[in-house]
Design a protein around this ligand. Structure first.
Ligand SMILES: Cc1cc2nc3c(=O)[nH]c(=O)nc-3n(C[C@H](O)[C@H](O)[C@H](O)COP(=O)(O)O)c2cc1C
Length: 342
């Protein structure tokens, strides 16, 4: 029994011509939601071309003023667009009725778990006591959950920052959250007012682990194997990790973390180029006009370029493309002349 399994593992690893650099551990990895980036095109192709992803969260969905969901958000969560990977749709609301409506709607589509966004830092959102703007109001969070939990047809997880202005917001909120059934709490230990500046603060997570009765998933600034190992060694209780920007700029990152592989740069370039082509074609079929397509691809290159040794030059080159033929020429040049460092 054991021999076929070993052969399977060796075959699997050899397909990537990789070097095993550590023993395997059973961590789970999710793809963070990034509005405008991790839509269903990206999620599906990411999962098809790279290994190691256990689940992905959708960028947040919210009800508009007329209580409908934006068409692009509806398309993004359609079951037929999300059949390959475990997807957890995320909602943004501070209203119990809306919360229940969205949960039932998503459950009817087949989703067995949803995620509540208590992290969005944008002032337009936060000043309306949404996202991270709700964190200074633990009683309000408790009132919402009090009404929502008995009506929920599905499981609930929460993604949150450490506070809006103060790190101790999270500690008060966690005392409230301990009273409710939740599958997990994903903590991005940055303040809302920081936006994406400064660094994530793991000391906050240390305190959270002491008081939180729920499973905690860590998110924020996991950028390379070295800093992941520091976190992994520090937080033995945590085995669930969410990765955002580093997985977009280096789509091999989760695969390398999960299987402790170092994939040779040449192999990376080939696979990355195939992934890029598939991504381009997927948007080509769905976006109207070359302008939209180039802007869309440029938004990915803001991240992809970071994985090339000459990242500024690479991004500048893509930015200059004014037509689809110029875009193809620039990409051809990048894949042939620039070095993918991951
Ligand atoms: C452009 C952008 C869009 C984002 N959109 C969302 C979102 O819709 N929902 C959410 O919970 N977090 C969102 N985030 C936050 C990320 O999910 C993640 O928490 C953050 O980037 C920290 O993780 P990282 O350092 O691994 O990227 C967004 C971040 C960025 C940069």
């Amino acid at each position: 029994m054991i021999l076929p399994f070993i052969i399977f593992c060796l075959n699997y690893l050899s397909t990537f011509d990789s070097i095993l650099i550590d023993t395997m551990k059973t961590h789970t990895f999710s793809l963070a939601p990034l509005q405008g980036i991790t839509d269903y095109h990206f999620r599906n192709l990411f999962n098809q071309y790279f290994k190691g992803l256990d689940s992905a969260y959708t960028p947040f969905i919210r009800l508009q003023n007329d209580k409908t969901i934006k068409k692009s958000q509806l398309i993004d969560i359609l079951p037929e667009n999300n059949s390959e990977l475990k997807i957890i749709p995320q909602i943004l609301t501070n209203d119990a009725e809306e919360f229940i409506f969205l949960a039932k709607y998503l459950n009817d589509l087949g989703y067995s778990e949803i995620n509540w966004n208590l992290g969005c830092p944008f002032s337009m959102v936060a000043k309306r006591k949404l996202g991270s703007g709700l964190l200074p109001f633990p009683d309000r969070i408790g009132e919402i959950l009090e009404k929502v939990i008995p009506e929920l047809p599905c499981k609930l997880s929460i993604k949150m920052r450490s506070g809006y202005e103060k790190d101790d917001d999270i500690l008060k909120v966690l005392h409230v959250l301990n009273q409710f059934p939740l599958t997990e709490i994903i903590i991005h230990p940055r303040l809302g007012k920081q936006m994406y500046k400064g660094t994530a603060n793991p000391d906050v997570v240390e305190k959270c682990l002491e008081i939180c009765s729920h499973k905690i998933s860590y998110n924020g600034d996991i950028e390379n194997l070295e800093n992941f190992q520091v976190l992994e060694n520090r937080f033995e209780k945590i085995d669930s990790w969410m990765i955002g920007r580093a997985a977009i700029s280096n789509p091999f990152f989760i695969e390398e973390l999960k299987f402790r592989l170092k994939i040779p740069a040449v192999k990376k370039m080939e696979r990355f180029s195939d992934f890029h082509q598939a991504l381009f074609e997927s948007y080509e079929q769905n976006l109207s006009g070359p302008g939209h397509l180039i802007i869309k691809m440029l938004s990915f290159w803001e991240y992809f370029s970071l994985s090339f040794s000459n990242s500024k030059k690479v991004y500048k080159k893509v930015k200059k493309a004014q037509s689809i033929s110029q875009y193809h020429a620039v990409i051809h040049e990048i894949f042939n002349e620039e070095v993918f460092v991951g």
